[in-house]
Design a protein around this ligand. Sequence first.
Ligand code: GLY
Length: 361
Amino acid sequence: MTDHVSRRRFLQATAASVATSSLAVGAPSAKAPFPASFAVHTGRVRSPVAVASENGKLAVQIAVEKMIAGYAPVDAAVAGVTVVEDDPLDDSVGLGGLPNEEGVVELDACVMDGPSGLAGAVGALQNIQNPAQVALKIMRHTDHVMLVGEGALRFAKSYGFPEVNLLTEPSRQKWLEWRERRGTLDKWIHPDENTVGGKEWFTQWKHKTGTIHLGAVNATGDVGSCTSTSGLAFKIPGRVGDSPIIGSGNYCDNDIGTGGGTGRGEANIIANGGAFIVQQMALGITPTDACMAAVRRVVRLTKQKRLLDDKGRPSFQIKFYAINKAGQIGSAGMYADSYARCDENGAVLADLASLYHEKIK
Ligand code: GLY
């Protein structure tokens, strides 16, 4: 099947699956293989599908289970992302995220709903563990798209989100170490300064970002998507990346599909990766090729020498993810890596297509 199918043909192909979609699965089981009831659905013409960044294997499974249970794709995407936000071991999202340079965790997130064409987003939100759920509330209960900082916090609290300290002890230790090693012009001194390679250690944090993007398409071809992050490690307070920017870290169009990105947010804000990918797919390009076109766009738009390696290539990672309305999944990155996907065969990590074939630190 080509990526670009007519709506009529698509609906014919999925009619059988819609008829069985009320056979809902039970509550998703943490890190369990696909529930047996999912197999009931694998006989359908096609199941709901989801794509996510590498840290989203469980999240895509949950999103697909939720769509089978009748959740809208955007709600299924948020349900999947919530599990990653709640995971203290993922230091790039929600609880346990690496903090800003003052040691405060600041979160960005957004959601987009294909059928309504609505979106919601939060930027630089502190002390709230599930920013994607707050973004969903903004989308559903206000005429705005984005709230930031103190206003976003007050909004979240008005809906009963509890304030929590998101800085876990391992993330606090990384922040303390970063602060002591970051330079020679400040007054912080690391005890091992003269024996351990401070510069080398510091370099690994230069572009350290992590994020989850999750795109979801249900059995009738409705789409929804979500992105959530703690952003660039040790950022300047108030820095907002691509993740909550509709059109950059996340985009979906119910006639076409979903697109989103993770990696260096400054590059993706300029490239408008999410919207660009969706527009590429509207031209009939496959999801993977659309993601690769976005990678090439980032390369073309990266002109500053300080962002290039000695071969003239961008010295940072950026990765894109897409699903078209027909349920075809794709992903591509600047450098080799993997991504998470879930279809009727269950959730797996797979290699993404990469412009440069080596891995980047
Ligand atoms: N892509 C995540 C960020 O740069 O904040």
